[in-house]
Ligand binder design. Sequence first.
Ligand code: ASP
Length: 340
Amino acid sequence: MKSKVLLIYTGGTIGMMQDAKTGTLKPFDFKHLTEQIPELNKFDVTLSAVSFDKPIDSSDMQPSVWIDIAKMIEKNYDKVDGFVVLHGSDTMSFTASALSFMLENLNKPVILTGSQLPIGMIRTDGKENLITSIEIAAAKNNGRSIISEVCIYFEFQLYRGNRTHKFNAEHFQAFQSANYPVLAEAGVHIKYNLGALQKRISKTLKVHTALNTNIAILKLFPGITQNVVEAILNANGVKAIVLETFGSGNASTQKWFIDALKKSIDAGRVVLNVTQCNAGKVEQGKYTTSAALKKIGVVGSSDITSEAAVAKLMFVLAKTSNKKEIEKLLKTDLRGEMTV
Ligand code: ASP
């Protein structure tokens, strides 16, 4: 039996081609995908494709589109063996993180991919990214999908989506997963890192479509002023703040700073400590410069990325408004997004 894979085209460079007259990049009609990539006809996979009416540059991505993608996956879940989501690379890590939380008990592959150069260009990285993503989405072992989680495939590497960060705007290797091993590497063969894959869950898929966007990121830097800190911590409607700290979760010990955080927490907001470093984790209390954060109730986030923290907060805040429950969920590894 041939595997069935559904391609979902949301936009991004991968689906663009150069307009013959003007030379500008424009999305090509996805119905003509095989004209662009005739190699797809040689696949031993039954492919179908859906495209968003208005393909977007992923810098325009919105949580409402994440909800649309999740619903498309839900609608087609029993009809296909896997999904490939074509997406711009700029915010791909956010989308992959959000989908990982929204798709509970996922037992099929959802592979996000894109490219740095449009598919119509002679040196495009898009063809390899797309072809191998399809192969991974179709891959089975003993009749079951090898992958059962949301991943990003880019430049010969398969990553757990909610562990990724776009770190390079120039190189074909645009993503890294500093705190979690690569799930597969594509060379002559696709070699899966079986021990690192998410285990199958024998429960039915549950799709969560509620997200609460009332969050903020406060990125610290030496010299940040009190009025900026207070403006973000007390912004109207904000329920939770990702506090991007230094090193292993450290921050200034100035009294005004700790007081401002305490005031915001006491007013009912949740503050999640995420490190600005790409690798390593938050360890509140390791240094004196993080001990005060722990004392006033800032929540430590271990080694989660900022992208996954944003998505997790939107997901968790939509689940409950009970502060204790929110904090408990933030400290729990829900979808392999953090090491606990
Ligand atoms: N700006 C583009 C986007 O994220 C870049 C890309 O496609 O990789 O949609």
